[in-house]
Design a protein around this ligand. Structure first.
Ligand code: TXA
Ligand code: MG
Length: 349
């Protein structure tokens, strides 16, 4: 653990600091210092072409990092910052390529956590920070999670458990129509309300359509396998009942079948999202054969949680006709890949 002043000093001298945000813990470096940002990639084992988000103390710094900033960006900043929204904008020419993944854009966000804001205020510049986990793994929502990832390799500012618990919504404003690249706590409907007002009703409506999210360009952050536990993780279609004595289950209902562990999260998207990563880490820490996760409602309110679970899961269990929901123990269910491809299984395991 570390105090704010020495954390700011560490950033100034080119070191890494893990810090809390309202979404997940970030692994931060001075965003103007290429060598410092490279240390993030080395520690995470993250491919060099993946851009990192730059965290700012306030929207007043937007123009230092981005050019041709559209009015809608300021309107969204006004509405949602500090908060769980990242804006992708055209970068200024000076912004280091290591931050932008060599792209012409930069991701910017003002986080809402008081410790993050205090650190950013003291440091006085932009802090490049991905989630503070090894590449492809479950994001940390407590200081202890960060310590599990990196041991004593980085100092961690402890700000308690993250209030949102899922990564920020990413909105691309770099050209053409605004696009949600990653769903999060700021919903497409909330964005649409602001955008629709400024850009015409059609824009807001288009943004709220889930197809648009799926059409989004495949930025590195939309990798199929991400946020993944080590234990093979399966999504349970609501039509199957499969848990067995060696399985761990994550569900919205109380225990309804045989299982080695049964963890219930609230049947509410915000509360479920807040608890999701800690639950996956908890279930992953024991030697279970599989983690079985009950699928979630197909409503917009659940889209961020559904997105993360879809990436955490290795397989989707195929419904067996007529079998009751999560009630029967069936030792060897028929499984089909969530997304075909042995690489995915390899990567996730
Ligand atoms: O809530 C969050 O966003 C957390 C906290 C720490 O702020 N950060 C986070 O960072 O989730 P990371 O690196 O794990 O995910 C950021 C995603 C990456 O997948 C990256 O591809 C995308 O944002 N991203 C960053 N800059 C981008 C850019 N210029 N264009 C497109 N995607 C970008
Ligand atoms: Mg991440």
């Amino acid at each position: 653990m570390v105090d704010l002043e020495s954390a700011a000093d560490t950033l100034r001298s080119g070191g890494l600091v893990a810090f809390p945000t309202e979404t997940v813990y970030g692994l931060g470096a001075d965003a103007t210092d290429e060598a410092a940002v490279r240390k993030i990639f080395a520690l995470k084992g993250r491919p060099a072409d993946h851009p990192v988000i730059v965290h700012l103390a306030s929207a007043a710094a937007l123009g230092d990092w981005a050019e041709n900033v559209p009015d809608v960006a300021y309107a969204l900043a006004e509405a949602f910052w500090p908060g769980p929204l990242t804006l992708i904008l055209k970068r200024r020419a000076w912004v280091p390529g290591v931050v932008t993944g060599g792209q012409a854009t930069v991701g910017l966000r003002v986080p809402a956590h008081p410790v993050a804001l205090a650190l950013l205020g003291r440091f006085g510049g932009g802090v490049a920070a991905p989630s503070a986990n090894r590449f492809g793994r479950v994001s940390p929502t407590t200081a202890a999670h960060v310590h599990t990832e990196f041991g004593d390799a980085v100092p961690v500012l402890d700000g308690g458990a993250c209030g949102v618990g899922l990564e920020s919504t990413i909105l691309d404003l770099s050209g053409g129509l605004p696009r949600v690249l990653r769903p999060g706590a700021v919903s497409a409907a909330q964005l649409g309300a602001v955008l629709g007002e400024m850009m015409g009703e059609g824009t807001g409506e288009a943004l709220s359509k889930p197809e648009l999210e799926q059409d989004a360009p495949r930025v590195p952050g939309s990798l199929a396998s991400h946020y993944a536990p080590h234990t093979p993780t399966f999504l349970l279609s609501s039509a199957v009942g499969v848990s067995g004595a060696r399985d761990a289950v994550l569900a919205r209902r109380p225990q309804a079948a045989e299982a080695a562990r049964w963890l219930s999260l609230p049947d509410d998207p915000d509360a479920f999202g807040r608890g999701l990563y800690a639950a996956l880490r908890d279930l992953d820490a024991s030697e279970h054969a599989r983690i079985l996760v009950e699928t979630l409602p197909e409503t917009p309110a659940w889209s961020a949680v559904r997105d993360r679970l879809g990436r955490a899961a290795t397989w989707q269990l195929e419904p067996e006709s007529g079998s009751p929901v999560l009630e029967r123990g069936v030792p060897e269910p028929k499984v089909v890949p969530v997304r075909a491809g042995p690489e995915k299984l390899e990567e996730t395991r």
